[in-house]
Structure formats: C-alpha cells, structure tokens
Design a binder for this molecule. Structure first.
Ligand code: ADP
Ligand code: 5SP
Length: 487
C-alpha cells in the first residue's frame, strides 16, 4: 500500500483477482515502475464446496483501488486477470444467481467423466478443445449446476468467468478473451470459437456467453461509477485468466518453463503449437496473445503445506531433511494426478521422524506432482537444464525454493517483481495504449529479472519413493467412499 510521485508515462492499472485476494498495481506504462498498490481478501467456503460470492471480488477490487490513493484516479487504461474456470451465473439484472463455483471445487467429477464419454472419450476432447475436462473446467460445473440446482440454472441469464465478471462491472458489456475462454471446456482450440455441440450437451444457450475479444482489442471503457476512482471512458483491455496474465507479466518466450506456487500450483510454458494431451494431465490453454499455454495444475499447493505446518505448530520454514517419510498433501482431492476424491496420505512414519521432517515431506509431495507434469508440458526439444522461473506467493519461501531445486535438479530463477499476474494485466493495459505486444512491454519493464539459484543434485530417491507411494496407494486415493463422509 504505497503511493509515489511523478510518472514518466501514462499510468495503467493491472488487477489480479485470485482465489484468496484481489491485488491491484498502478504502474507507470513507460518504465514499469509500480507507483501504488493495494490488496483486499475474499472468502472461500470450506467443506466439500469451494464457492465465493462475486460481489466480494468487486468489493475487494474497490477496496484495493482505494488503497492506491490518488494514483488510481489518473489511470488511462485498466485490465483484469482472474482465477480461471470459475462458474459465475448472473440473472437478468446482472446480479449473481448464487455464489460462483471455483476452479478447486471437485463436486463435478462425475459430470466430467460423463461428458468425456459423451463426446467420444479423452482423445476426442483433446483434439477438439485442447483439454480433457476435469472437475475444474467450467463446462462440468454448469453440468453439475443443471443437475443439482436446476432452478438456479433456469434463472441464469448470463454465464461468466471471474475476470469477465469484473471486466463487465467496469464496462457494462459481457466480454472475455481467448486465454480464459480456453479453460471453460466449451471453447474449441481447433476453431478458436465456442463449440455449439458441447454447449448443446450441457444445455447451455450460446447467447448467455460473453463475446471473445481479440488480443490487443479494447474490451470497452469504464462506464462511470461512484465506487471507482477511474474517470468515465478509461480504456479497459480484454484481461485474461491469471496464468495467462502471469505469462504476459513475465514477457515469456516459447519454451521457458514457469512453476507458480499459489493457492494452486501450476507449471506451464508458452508454445507455438496447439496442445492436445489425451492423458488430460496437460490442459491445452490458449495464451492471451495468439500462442498456446500448455499447463498442468494442482489443487494442493501453498495452503495445503501451510495447513500441515499449522497442524504441527511449526513455522512454514521449519523443515528438516533426512527422513524417508512420504506425505501426499491431497487435502482437497487432487487434479494432478487426477484424483478428485483423494485425501491426504502419510506413509513411512517412524519413532524418530521429526515434525520438521513431516513438514518437508508435505513440500516434497506438493512439488513432486508439479515436476512430474513439467516433462509433459515441455516440448521434446526443450532445454531441460534451463532455469525454472519460480513465481507466486510461495516463491518467496526458502523451503519452497530449496524443495524445487532439490527435486528438479535445475537452476531456479526467482523474479524480484512480486505480483506477476497483476503486472501482466498492467502490461496488457499498456499495450492497448501504445499498440505494443504486452509481453514485449513486460520485457521492456524487466519484470522477470531476479537472482538465479544454482542447481543442486536431483534427489532421485525421494522422487522414486513418492511415485511408488502414489502408485501403491492408488485404490485408497481413487476411492470416492470417504468423499461422502466429508462435512
Ligand atoms: N514469504 C512467504 N514464504 C512462503 N510462502 C508464502 C510467503 N508469503 C506468502 N506465501 C504463500 O503464498 C500463498 C498465496 O500465494 P498467491 O500467489 O498470492 O496466491 P493466490 O494468487 O492463489 O491467491 C499463501 O497461501 C502463502 O502460503
Ligand atoms: O485452475 C487453475 C489453472 O487451470 C488455477 O491456477 C486457477 O487459475 C487459480 O489460480 P490461483 O488463485 O492459485 O492463482
């Protein structure tokens, strides 16, 4: 929460409306200097559902902008990056019909399985949509809603993603972009258009969906609201999903791998080739520029490890090495590997296992899932010794950095810039002012710069041990039985 004087260029605002909070940066478009920032939390329901009230996102955005002080009143353009996949249902007055179903709500696992079969199996989905939809994908959430709350589905006059919702509150018109649309499951990456057959399968009228704005196109202008510091007519860029926004914010070039440690864990790279992974591990997202963003995502990352630390009454950095205990931190079910009904699992506990070693095992379990998927995300000719870019809240933690280095055997680069999603949104906003490619804007700003931590020898025995437990425990991890017992 800072504010600073005189900028060299016009000011732009980048927003990151992610799972736990909304972050806002006011950035000098000429230099990339952050002149003011703000952050406000939102709540997510606990138990089997993962839901948030979209009104809370809007209130958090207004509160975070308020913290930016006078700088926010001078901005020329704004863009919103947001958590992917969430199903926002609006009534005829553009009010939420019910809370949004978030990306990490796994209740639609059954609908996902049915939908995969109905379109001809995983390969057919991968070729057509770019992804095999699991319960994170919006299409499965709409199918779940139609089945479990038909009255809410009937009351729905518009369907939006989280970033679409906030963008529409700014402009008054329903828009999205190719990056975020590619996480719905009803946007075909082959045709780059909504897929009417898939929409027909789930009974969703295409008229309810937002217009897909092209990269570099203006989504609209701020319509004027007493709640906001912006002047009426301020330009609004398309915005995008949070991972695609971070790719912009890093000025990412094809082939450079990113590992993001936030509420979700993600691994991704920009690619020139349209992905189509029939195993479903890699989602074939579009990026926000015209390329692709093959990505794998875990449901259990920083919050799961923090939860283990809290259970052990340890600081998150109080790890100890030297044990062969294994902890699979699948507290919320898991997406990578595809185990939506799994829960956490501990194996190899001994009398002399310490609390710090248990905590290290939680880090290892979380990072193992991400690194296992990285090989599938990267193309065959990728340089596997190049540094991994480490971003997200967890990237600031020494225990996270050390675990990624030890289990990857790769150098790790930690950008000094902290809010890469919001910076990517800001770069997109700057791009609509100057006509530049947003990734080139971010490179000009030097957002990826930061220390490179040298590689250490890869801990093959830990990787093999964890993979062995995942495999041996398959009947337990795949069981839906205990899901029904959750509150
Ligand atoms: N200094 C730190 N060291 C390690 N982890 C951190 C640190 N600061 C924040 N975190 C972790 O970052 C997480 C939030 O990351 P963030 O990328 O902001 O999440 P999201 O964007 O999903 O809301 C928190 O859950 C916390 O565990
Ligand atoms: O579902 C995915 C990616 O497919 C997640 O990465 C969400 O986009 C949520 O992101 P964070 O709130 O963890 O940043």
């Amino acid at each position: 929460m800072s504010s600073a004087p005189a900028a060299d260029g016009p000011l732009v605002v980048g927003v990151d409306s992610s799972t736990q909070s909304t972050k806002v940066l006011v950035v000098d478009a000429a230099t990339g200097r952050v002149v003011a920032s703000g952050q406000a939390p939102h709540s997510v329901s606990s138990g089997v559902a993962r839901e948030s009230d979209p009104e809370e996102w809007w209130n958090a955005l207004c509160a975070a902008l308020e913290q930016c002080g006078s700088a926010a009143r001078e901005v020329a353009a704004v863009a919103v990056g947001g958590q992917q996949h969430g199903l926002v249902t609006l009534d005829a007055r553009s009010r939420p019909v019910r809370p949004a179903l978030l990306w990490n709500d796994v209740r639609s696992a059954g609908q996902a399985r049915t939908l995969v079969d109905r379109l001809g199996g995983p390969k057919a989905w991968a070729e057509r949509v770019g992804s095999v939809p699991g319960p994170s994908f919006t299409v499965t959430k709409w199918a779940w809603l139609s089945e479990h709350e038909p009255e809410a589905a009937r009351a729905t006059a518009a369907v939006r993603l989280p970033h679409d919702y906030l963008t529409e509150r700014l402009t008054g018109s329903g828009t999205t972009d190719r990056g975020d649309a590619s996480g719905t499951g009803w946007w075909a990456s082959g045709t780059e258009a909504y897929d009417e057959e898939i929409l027909g399968l789930v009974g969703l009228d295409p008229e309810l969906l937002p217009r897909v704005v092209r990269p570099g196109e203006v989504a609209g202008t701020v319509r004027g609201s007493g709640e906001l510091p912006f002047s009426k007519g301020t330009l609004v860029a398309p915005g995008t999903g949070d991972n695609a926004a971070a790719a912009l914010g890093l000025g990412l070039r094809p082939g450079t791998p990113v590992l993001s440690l936030g509420t979700s864990g993600t691994v991704y790279a920009v690619s020139r080739r349209r992905p189509a992974d029939p195993t479903g591990t890699v989602a074939g997202f579009a990026d926000a520029r015209g390329d692709w963003l093959p990505l794998a995502c875990t449901l259990n990352c920083t919050q799961a490890v923090d939860r283990v630390a809290a259970l052990l009454s340890l600081d998150r950095e109080a790890v100890e090495a030297g044990s062969s205990v294994t902890l699979l931190p699948y507290l919320d079910g898991e997406r990578t590997p595809d185990l939506p009904h799994a829960s956490g699992l501990l194996h190899g506990l001994r009398h002399d296992t310490t609390a710090g070693q248990l905590l290290q095992a939680a880090y290892d379990g979380a990072v193992h899932s991400l690194l296992g998927a990285l090989d599938l995300v990267l193309e065959a000719d990728a340089d596997r010794s190049a540094p991994l870019l480490l971003i997200g809240g967890g990237a600031r933690g020494t225990a996270w950095q050390d675990t990624v280095r030890r289990l990857s055997g790769r150098p790790v680069q930690v950008p000094e810039a902290r809010e890469l999603v919001a910076l990517g949104a800001a770069a997109q906003a700057a791009g609509i002012l100057t006509g530049e490619d947003p990734a080139a804007v971010a490179r000009r700003w030097g957002t990826a710069e930061g220390p490179v931590l040298p590689p250490v020898e890869r801990d093959e025995s830990a990787l093999a041990r964890i993979a062995g437990v995942v495999s041996d425990a398959a009947p337990l991890l795949g069981s839906a039985g205990h899901e029904d017992a959750r509150p």
